[in-house]
Write a protein that binds this ligand. Structure first.
Ligand code: NAP
Length: 246
């Protein structure tokens, strides 16, 4: 895959899946804007990527906030002068059963997981459309397709991402911009470490491969969809879940 001269924005790249995506792209020579809420995490990841010989700039932003997102893309244009790849990865959980779920937990998950994809894609498309080239990759989840008790907000936000991904694909295919999603199953990160042992054991029973995925499993799918070679793939969801949903 030839990523020469390309620039990527990866949101939520301060740890977990986003960090792995940023590392994989940087390993292929892509310059990276490392976007995160935490200045410390973004700075640490950007320094490590710079050591690989690419340009990596930490950008502190709240992707659920329109002004913050605008400022972030302003920084990207100033620092890099172009944008080829946007990976909308930042996400949170605020789990509770429907009857116990607070309205603020519904709203914050919707804002960080779904509204962010709208805000960031809108800014990215302005730049990509002028270049007549772009790759947008959104991180959804297997629960968008299966539902999950305790995750009404999260599964709805991720299902929303799938509809948004397909709509952007249809609207901007003619400008050379592709829009796809990756739907991870259960991946070993801080997000899944919080799960109690009994929930984790039950989960493993539902995965034909009998193990959780790794952040690198997800990053590999993102790298393909972000590559120039995936130019005829758009509006698709790639499932990375060890067979738990097929
Ligand atoms: P994670 O370890 O919790 O990392 C999420 C990252 O997003 C953190 O660096 C966090 O920053 C950042 N973030 C959160 N809110 C943000 C905001 N408003 N603006 C900017 N950055 C923000 O999560 P992960 O497991 O790597 O998950 C990454 C993505 O994969 C998420 O979209 C998640 O829904 C999805 N996913 C994960 C799994 C899984 O099994 N882990 C499965 C399916 C889908 P701070 O550290 O500063 O809070």
């Amino acid at each position: 895959m030839d990523f020469k001269g390309q620039v990527a924005v990866v949101t939520g790249a301060g740890r977990g899946i986003g960090q792995a995506i940023a590392e994989s792209l940087a390993g292929l020579g892509v310059d990276i804007a490392v976007v995160d809420l935490s200045a410390d995490d973004a700075g640490t990841v950007a320094r490590a990527l710079s050591d690989k010989g690419v340009k990596a700039v930490p950008v502190v932003a709240d992707v659920s906030d329109a002004d913050s997102v605008k400022e972030m893309f302003g920084t990207v244009v100033k620092e890099f002068g172009r944008l080829d790849i946007l990976v909308n990865n930042a996400g949170i959980t605020r789990d509770a059963l429907l009857l116990r779920m607070k309205e603020e937990d519904w709203d914050s998950v919707m804002d960080v997981n779904l509204k962010s994809v709208f805000l960031c894609s809108k800014e990215a498309v302005k730049i990509m459309a002028k270049q007549r080239y772009g790759r947008i990759v959104n991180i959804a989840s297997v629960v968008a397709f299966m539902g999950n008790p305790g995750q009404a907000n999260y599964s709805a936000s991720k299902a929303g991402i799938v509809g948004l991904t397909k709509t952007i694909a249809r609207e901007y295919a003619s400008r050379g911009i592709t829009s796809n999603a990756v739907a991870p199953g259960f991946i070993m990160t801080a997000m899944t470490e919080k799960l109690p042992d009994n929930v984790r054991d039950e989960m493993l029973k539902s995965i034909p491969m009998g193990k959780l995925g790794t952040v690198q499993d997800v990053a590999a799918a993102v790298v393909f969809l972000a590559s120039p070679e995936a130019g005829y793939v758009t509006g698709q969801v790639v499932h990375v879940n060890g067979g738990m949903y097929m």
